[in-house]
Design a protein around this ligand. Structure first.
Ligand code: ATP
Length: 315
């Protein structure tokens, strides 16, 4: 019992409108969109009616207001979001490579998000939480280690659970702590990697062997994200469920993994079986890529039911 909580960057995202351009020449950008992986994740939890709260920091500016209004509208408790008078809300600039990959330019460390620390309001939220979701991207923020340690302990003391999405953005992992990363993998009741992250987390180059090794290290369940191909669930007893991806036109891939993870977790916290939770998660991820803006595709169960009923899947 108790809300699902996250801690980390709340940003605005400003993105290239066309694929293939770098940031070395003028081009058309669009935004600002509310963003930040933890913010996208918790907004989707809120949309699904799961109790939701976030520990973060925004500037006293329009970008901060844009995010706070969105989170509040979708049912997220923002009492533990600090408002900085000294630092502006952080931002991420995104451009899309011709091969479909993305590159980010982040302003986090010198923004309000870089100032996140364990405040009294953060402790209050952690002390009533039932689940802590941790994301690799946030670990580059100095104050996050203390928050994750405190909140992890508080949630477990109340009989709650944790999940970990390695979410390894190459632009952010340089400052990350490898030992902490490994410990978070080992402690995760639910691990939510993409394919490369699964292999990196295990240090093994074969998918099934990596899964087996991670269970031996104490992971509770693993849900593997496979982009357009869908996802797979692995149970500690060797069980496996594959879920084919929905056939959609991808407009903007950013945020799919966060919507997916938030949906899987919330369905499971509401008592759903893994297979049904995986179907909803696949739908949430697929629907999100059809909208421009990382948080513009978040959806409640009514919308997801309609999407599932009306969308074909890969065979
Ligand atoms: P990100 O870090 O950008 O949020 P990710 O790498 O963590 O993404 P993905 O595998 O890209 O996660 O996406 C998560 C899930 O969303 C997939 O497992 C799939 O169910 C769904 N999804 C993503 N992209 C597509 C797509 N193009 N078509 C259909 N479904 C998709």
């Amino acid at each position: 019992v108790g809300p699902t909580i996250v801690a980390g960057e709340i940003l605005v995202e400003i993105m290239a409108t066309e694929r293939g351009f770098g940031f070395l020449e003028p081009q058309t950008l669009t935004g600002p969109f509310p963003s930040g992986a933890p913010a996208i994740f918790i907004d989707q939890v809120g949309r699904l009616g799961g109790g939701a709260g976030i520990i973060g920091c925004v500037g006293r500016d329009d970008f901060g207001t844009l995010n706070l209004e969105r989170l509040k509208r979708d049912g997220v408790d923002v009492a533990a979001v600090d408002i900085s008078d000294r630092f502006p809300t952080g931002c991420a600039f995104v451009r899309y490579r011709p091969d479909g990959g993305r590159d980010f330019v982040y302003n986090i460390a010198e923004s309000a998000a870089g100032q996140i620390h364990l405040t009294t309001a953060a402790r209050v939220l952690a002390d009533k939480a039932g689940h802590l979701h941790i994301m690799g991207s946030t670990l580059s923020i100095a104050g996050l280690k203390e928050i994750v340690a405190y909140a992890g302990k508080a949630v477990r003391a109340r009989g709650g659970s944790t999940s970990f999405d390695p979410n390894m953005r190459k632009e952010l992992i340089a400052g990350a702590d490898g030992a902490l990363f490994s410990a978070l993998v080992d402690d995760a009741d639910l691990l939510l990697p993409s394919g490369d992250e699964l292999l990196a987390a295990a240090g093994i180059d074969d998918e099934q062997q990596a899964v087996t090794a991670l269970f031996a290290r104490g992971v509770g369940e693993i849900v593997l994200k496979r982009g357009a191909d869908g996802s797979s669930w692995f149970g500690a007893d060797g069980a496996r469920i594959d879920c084919a991806g929905f056939l959609v036109e991808e407009v903007d891939p950013t945020g799919a993994g966060d919507c997916f993870g938030a949906t899987y977790l919330t369905c499971r916290r509401q008592g759903m079986e893994p297979g049904k939770a995986l179907l909803y998660a696949n739908a949430a991820g697929a629907r999100n890529v059809t909208r421009r803006g990382p948080m513009e595709g978040v959806a409640g169960f009514d919308v997801l039911d309609q999407f599932i009923a009306g969308t074909a899947r890969r065979t």
